[in-house]
Design a protein around this ligand. Structure first.
Ligand code: NDP
Length: 449
């Protein structure tokens, strides 16, 4: 995916120079700029207004120290981040990631992707992302709580229900959101929808937990239908065994598919009879154990150390739902050789540019993350609406709205891809459809920053 025009190449060169040593951010920007070349030609007024330059520069970056006390009394120090990338169409919105691999470049790439993803949902949400290099693995509940409280003590100065509304991401689930919400309320003495992914008895929305995984399957189903296909009877491989992977497994199974593999950062399980989701939920959501424990209770399943081999398992549909750059060109070739028909990114940027090229070249239905995993933030948007109205919708109501949003995202991406001459290139379509709405809002609002 090379840039063809001098204008875009020059912009990309400046991004690399101004944001050094941030390869994930460069990768995310390059992918979008490649898709923007025909847009720059069609909208010269956006070039003149500096929309493309402004789009790749965050409005604000906050970096802060997070000190907390471990159970043994030692004081630990981590680094916290919040990147408020773009507020043209609504308050900044995007998750918080707690993982040792977190750095400014990772948060910037995620915040950048979030701008277009949020735009595609059709809801009024700008783009942002945050997190810390804190590693929740092996920490006690008390340590998690003290970290979250310290993190929120600083973050609370920069967020608010009409300013910036964080949510969960890797390492941040209902427990962490609860601790952070409690601290925000204590500091500000106000009960507002400042976070999404909250518990159901204090302002959370039904379906938020399931939303990203379910949404990914709704998007995939819409892609399959364009070829007269569906999930029914298909074999599915899913990476990860966290929030997104678990609920993608649940929905794919409900739609009639058999999910045969899941993973975590240690390795993957292969269960040809179909994974026992109840067991996975207990191991991961309740006991917080490794996926390797699965085979102790399902002796016919096989565990393999290391993650990349999961893509050599023959399947019809692959849903990478763990982390960025987990599926490379070789893995993509292996999937194609084994007859994969559809790949959708439940995670953010799990496929390398080489992998994406393979899928597009071979005509595989490929759903990019900013479209396929937008169900989480869409349902966060629905949680914000319910908080503002101070009422709660039923599971069926929210699920119906989620499916409608995912189908609408599919329609928008497909229409834009067709308009720009590459039908069924959902990468191009999602980037253009997501970009145009934000660009237009920035254009109409003048040069403020
Ligand atoms: P979780 O923390 O619940 O689960 C993450 C899963 O991915 C775990 O199984 C984890 O294994 C695995 N994983 C994490 N890092 C790595 C790594 N470096 N190598 C291999 N496996 C890894 O996170 P989520 O399920 O919430 O998020 C997964 C992806 O989906 C992320 O890319 C996230 O940004 C994206 N996403 C999430 C949304 C949400 O609503 N939660 C919304 C949209 C996108 P282990 O436990 O061993 O670390």
């Amino acid at each position: 995916m090379k840039l063809q025009t001098e204008y875009m190449q020059d912009l990309m060169d400046r991004v690399i120079k101004n944001h050094p040593s941030q390869p994930e951010f460069h990768q995310a920007v390059q992918e979008v700029l490649v898709c923007m070349e025909p847009v720059a030609k069609a909208y010269p007024e956006y070039v003149k207004a500096g929309i493309f330059e402004r789009m790749v520069e965050p409005e604000r970056i906050i970096i802060f120290r997070v000190s907390w006390v471990a159970d043994n009394g030692d004081v630990k120090v981590n680094r916290g981040f919040r990147v408020q990338f773009n507020s043209a169409i609504g308050p900044y919105k995007g998750g918080l990631r707690l993982h040792p691999s977190v750095n400014l470049g990772v948060i910037k790439f995620l915040g950048f992707e979030q701008i277009f993803k949020n735009s595609l949902t059709g809801l009024p949400m700008g783009g942002g992302k945050g997190g810390s290099d804190f590693d929740p693995k092996g920490k006690s509940d008390g340590e998690i709580m003290r970290f979250c409280q310290s993190f929120m003590t600083e973050l609370s100065k920069h967020i608010g229900a009409d300013t910036d509304v964080p949510a969960g991401d890797i390492g941040v689930g209902a427990r962490e959101i609860g601790f952070m919400f409690g601290q925000y309320k204590r500091l500000r003495n106000e009960f507002t929808g400042v976070l999404t992914g909250k518990g159901l008895n204090y302002g959370g929305s039904l379906v938020r937990t399931e939303a990203t995984g379910y949404g990914c399957c709704y998007f995939t189903q819409a892609m399959l239908e364009t070829k007269g296909e569906s999930f029914a009877g298909k074999v599915v491989v899913i990476s990860g065994s966290g929030n997104v992977a678990i609920y993608a497994t649940e929905k794919a199974t409900q739609l009639g598919a058999t999910v045969v593999a899941l993973s975590d950062s240690g390795g993957y399980i292969y269960d040809p009879a179909g994974v026992d989701l109840k067991l996975v939920k207990r191991l991961k959501e309740v006991e917080r154990k490794r996926i390797s424990e699965y085979v102790k209770e399902r002796p016919d399943a096989k565990y393999t150390s290391g993650c990349s081999g999961i893509w050599t398992i023959p399947c019809d549909i692959a849903l990478p739902c763990a982390t960025q750059n987990e599926l490379d060109g070789d893995a993509a070739n292996a999937l194609v050789a084994n007859g994969v028909v559809a790949v959708a990114e439940g995670a953010n940027m799990p496929c390398t540019p080489q992998a994406v090229e393979v899928f597009l070249e071979k005509g595989i239905l490929f759903g990019p993350g900013k479209a396929a995993n937008a169900g989480g933030v869409a349902t966060s948007g629905l949680e914000m609406s319910q908080n503002s109205m101070r009422l709660s919708w039923t599971f069926e109501e929210v699920d119906e709205k989620l499916e409608a949003i995912m189908r609408n995202i599919h329609r928008q991406a497909k229409a834009a891809a067709e308009e720009y001459g590459e039908p069924s290139n959902y990468v191009l379509g999602a980037n253009i459809a997501g970009f145009l709405k934000v660009a237009n809002a920035m254009y109409l609002q003048g040069v403020a920053y």
